[in-house]
Structures are given as structure tokens and as C-alpha cells.
Design a binder for this molecule. Structure first.
Ligand code: F6P
Ligand code: MG
Length: 434
């Protein structure tokens, strides 16, 4: 297993990194190649598609056979940045292969390699191999989104909310946003789980799966006045479709009740980890709510958010930093501009598993390590993490976490592996560091 205080690597055979590279990657590749083959009928570029499929298959075999990493054959700004990092790696480590090198590095590297393959074609150079999966996930979550949209519209129609009701609504939106992270497509590729619980009831019933909960402290932080002007809150996005919907619900709460004048969403500049939000996804999502949904509640909320987008209350930025393999403790040196920009924010909300891994350096911390110390001084302003647990690393857990897990799972038969609760997306954390 991964030694304590060491970064995760694919070579540790009991780790989720090993399982991911060995067993999940083939599923991701199959999904991509199936979708590409289906595109033949739309794009009429059979040869090019076959060539891309072959190259993807070669890439998968490189992974499974633990081949050395190589530089990216492209002149895009992002690729050049990657190449500098790869050069540094080759200089400092004697073995740079898929399983030996830090899992965070290699898994990130995979997506720039996929981009490289598409970039070299005439018809697929801007192609997003996961687009159809993201569209499908949107359709599958429509019923849940309608329920939340109706609830929100009702709340917003109430003129004034007293402080107690406002806090209650905040906690509901925060938790809806947290559990939205369960629905990424990289874990259960192509088979998005059904969201069959009432989302507002789920907020209560799922509380027992939260192993560290700083919601109250986050509320208090929001209510401390400061002189930052304009008031900005940043959400570092994770996945498209339902999770993005929940992010916008929380963002709307901030705008409606004056906690922020602007919410800046940060997305990815290339297709990433299957379901992560790119700018085209963001715009497509806003468009779908208004033009493709038959529910009047979704259209209403969609019009409201499109209006925020047009008037600059919602912004999307896709900085390259998020698609490089950096841990966030290095942001101040690796991208000082971004660090300074984020320092002007009231609050940074990092969504999801991958952002969490980068926040805490993808280190196998003892679970009792505080979130603050695991951040290794990354503190441009108040930092919040909303994450469902999908890989081994975790920190900041309450001392009773094992009792809680035992109590929740006493009748379940999937407890065969010791770290099952760290990787199955059932448990979650809500952390704050300020
Ligand atoms: O743990 C499996 C994994 O693929 C990680 O590599 C990655 O951090 C995560 O799932 C993606 O999940 P999320 O969309 O929540 O970042
Ligand atoms: Mg993701």
C-alpha cells in the first residue's frame, strides 16, 4: 500500500491508483473509441477516425505495459508547459513510467496525450471525445434538476428571509452542491448512476456520510464583513451536467442574497477526466436549460442564469493551471498571476475529488492530519473543499470517523477491502481553511 505521507503512485498495488490505471482506464478508452466510431456517420471522415482509434489503442497499451512517458508533440501553449514539466521530471527521476511516477502526474498527462492525438487531425482537432457522455448525463438528471429548480424559485420569491432561514437555505444549497460531486462520469463511465432520491430529502439523509463538516464555519466566514471590492466568490468546477447545475444553484444563492456580486467559475481548457466542465460545456449547459428543456422551472432558472452570464454576474475562466499536474501548494510560484487573482476572492470553493487531491498534494496523509496543514500553506484566501471520496487520500477527519463508517456499513457486504469507504464516492467531506 502507499506509505504514509507519500504521494500516491500506480505501483502500489493495493491503491486506487493501481486499480484505476489497470482496470478503469480500459473502460474510459472503450467509451471514447465507441463514441468516435459512432461519429463516423456524422463527420464522414472514416479514415481519420480509424487512425485516432488506433492511436488511442496504442496509448492504452503504453499505460498497461508501464511504458516510459514522453514529451508532447504539439506547439500549443499548454503542451509546451507540459514539456517543460516533463523535462524536469526526466532530469530528476531515473524512472518516469505510468506506474512508477506519481499517479496525479500520469493521470493528468493522459488527457494531454488524448488532446495531442485529436489535435493532429483535420476534422477532430477541437473534438471533445466525452461530449456525448456529458450530454447524456444532462438528460438523465433532468427530473432531479426540475425538483431543485422549483424549490429555488419558491425560495427566491419570498421577499426577505430572516437569518435562520437564510442559513438553512445556505446549508441546503451547500450540501446539494457537495452531493452533486457524486455524479462524475470517470468513476462509472457511461453508466451514470440514477439520482433517484428527492434531492432535498437526500441532503438530510446523507448527512451521516459526511466525515468532516465545516458548514457552520463556512457560513460564519461568509458573514464576516471585509473590504474586498467587488465581492467575488470563485468556484473551481469539477463535473458537467448535474454537478454544474448544483454549482450554479449555490452561486445563485450568493448573488441573490448579496454574498457576492460576481461568481467566477473556473473550468478546464481541454477535455478532462471525462466529465469536467469546459467553456463549451458551460455555455451548452446554459443554452440547454432554456432551449432544450420542456420544464418551465428549468427554463425560468435557465433564463435567470443566462442573464447573470450576459451581465457578468456569472463568469467562466479556464486557466491552463488546472490542466497541469501541479499541487495547489505550488500555485504561488507556478502561476503567481492566478494566485494573486484568487487572493482577491471572498471564498474559493474547490469541487470534487481531483481538486481535493491537488489541494492536499495527493499525499497519503493520516486521516487525522488537519486540512490546514495538508494544504501546505496554500491559502490565497478562505479555502473550502466540497468532495465525495473517490480515491485513497483524505485528511481532516473527525476522531469518530471509524465508528461512523462501521455504524453506516455494518450490514453491507462490500466491506471486503479496507479502504472501500475512501474510494466508492459514498462518503464526503466539507472542509474550510482560512
Ligand atoms: O479516483 C478516481 C478518479 O478518477 C480520480 O483520479 C479523480 O480524482 C476522480 O476520480 C475524478 O473525480 P472528480 O470528478 O470528483 O474529480
Ligand atoms: Mg471530474
Amino acid at each position: 500500500n502507499t506509505p504514509i505521507n507519500e504521494p500516491l503512485r500506480g505501483k502500489y498495488m493495493k491503491s486506487f491508483g493501481y486499480h484505476s490505471l489497470m482496470h478503469r482506464m480500459p473502460d474510459v478508452f472503450t467509451a471514447m473509441t465507441d463514441l468516435l466510431k459512432a461519429e463516423q456517420f456524422n463527420l464522414g471522415n472514416k479514415e481519420e477516425i480509424n487512425d485516432v482509434v488506433d492511436k488511442l489503442e496504442l496509448l492504452l497499451s503504453e499505460i498497461l505495459n508501464n511504458k516510459p512517458l514522453r514529451k508532447i508533440d504539439s506547439t500549443s501553449t499548454l503542451s509546451l508547459m507540459w514539456n517543460q514539466l516533463l523535462e524536469k521530471k526526466f532530469d530528476s527521476d531515473s524512472i518516469v513510467t505510468w506506474f512508477e511516477t506519481e499517479w496525479l502526474f500520469t493521470e493528468n498527462y493522459l488527457y494531454i496525450r488524448i488532446k495531442e492525438i485529436c489535435e493532429k487531425t483535420k476534422t477532430l482537432n477541437n473534438y471533445d471525445p466525452f461530449k456525448e457522455l456529458k450530454f447524456k448525463a444532462f438528460n438523465e438528471s433532468e427530473t432531479t434538476m426540475i425538483a431543485i429548480a422549483k424549490f429555488l424559485i419558491l425560495q427566491f420569491s419570498k421577499k426577505e428571509l430572516d437569518n435562520i432561514n437564510l442559513k438553512t437555505l445556505f446549508i441546503q444549497m451547500l450540501k446539494i452542491c457537495l452531493w452533486g460531486n457524486r455524479f462524475d462520469l470517470s468513476l462509472n463511465i457511461g453508466k451514470s448512476k440514477n439520482i433517484n432520491e428527492d434531492p432535498l430529502e437526500a441532503v438530510v439523509s446523507l448527512d451521516k456520510y459526511i466525515l468532516a463538516d465545516h458548514s457552520d464555519e463556512i457560513w460564519n466566514t461568509l458573514n464576516v464583513s471585509n473590504d474586498k471590492n467587488p465581492k467575488i466568490i470563485d468556484i473551481i468546477l469539477d463535473n458537467s451536467a448535474y454537478e454544474l447545475f448544483t454549482d450554479m444553484c449555490l452561486a445563485d444563492f450568493f448573488i441573490t442574497y448579496g454574498f457576492a456580486e460576481v461568481v467566477v467559475f473556473h473550468g478546464k481548457s481541454i477535455p478532462w477526466y471525462v466529465s469536467d466542465v469546459t467553456k463549451p460545456d458551460f455555455e451548452h449547459f446554459l443554452n440547454c436549460l432554456v432551449n432544450e428543456c420542456t420544464s418551465s422551472a428549468l427554463q425560468q432558472i435557465g433564463n435567470r442564469w443566462n442573464n447573470y452570464y450576459k451581465t457578468g454576474k456569472f463568469k467562466i475562466e479556464c486557466e491552463e493551471f488546472w490542466t497541469l499536474p501541479h499541487c495547489y501548494s505550488t500555485m504561488a510560484t507556478e502561476d503567481s498571476e492566478l494566485y494573486k487573482k484568487l487572493a482577491c476572492s471572498q471564498l474559493l470553493i474547490f469541487k470534487g475529488d481531483l481538486n481535493y487531491r491537488k489541494l492536499i498534494g495527493d499525499i497519503n496523509w493520516l486521516p487525522s492530519t488537519t486540512f490546514k496543514s495538508a494544504l501546505c500553506r496554500f491559502q490565497p484566501t478562505a479555502v473550502v473543499a466540497l468532495r465525495t471520496l473517490k480515491c485513497d487520500c483524505v485528511c481532516g477527519l473527525n476522531c469518530d470517523y471509524e465508528t461512523k463508517i462501521d455504524e453506516n456499513d455494518k450490514d453491507n457486504n462490500y466491506r471486503c477491502s479496507t479502504n472501500y469507504w475512501q474510494v466508492n464516492g459514498k462518503y464526503a467531506v466539507v472542509h474550510l481553511s482560512k
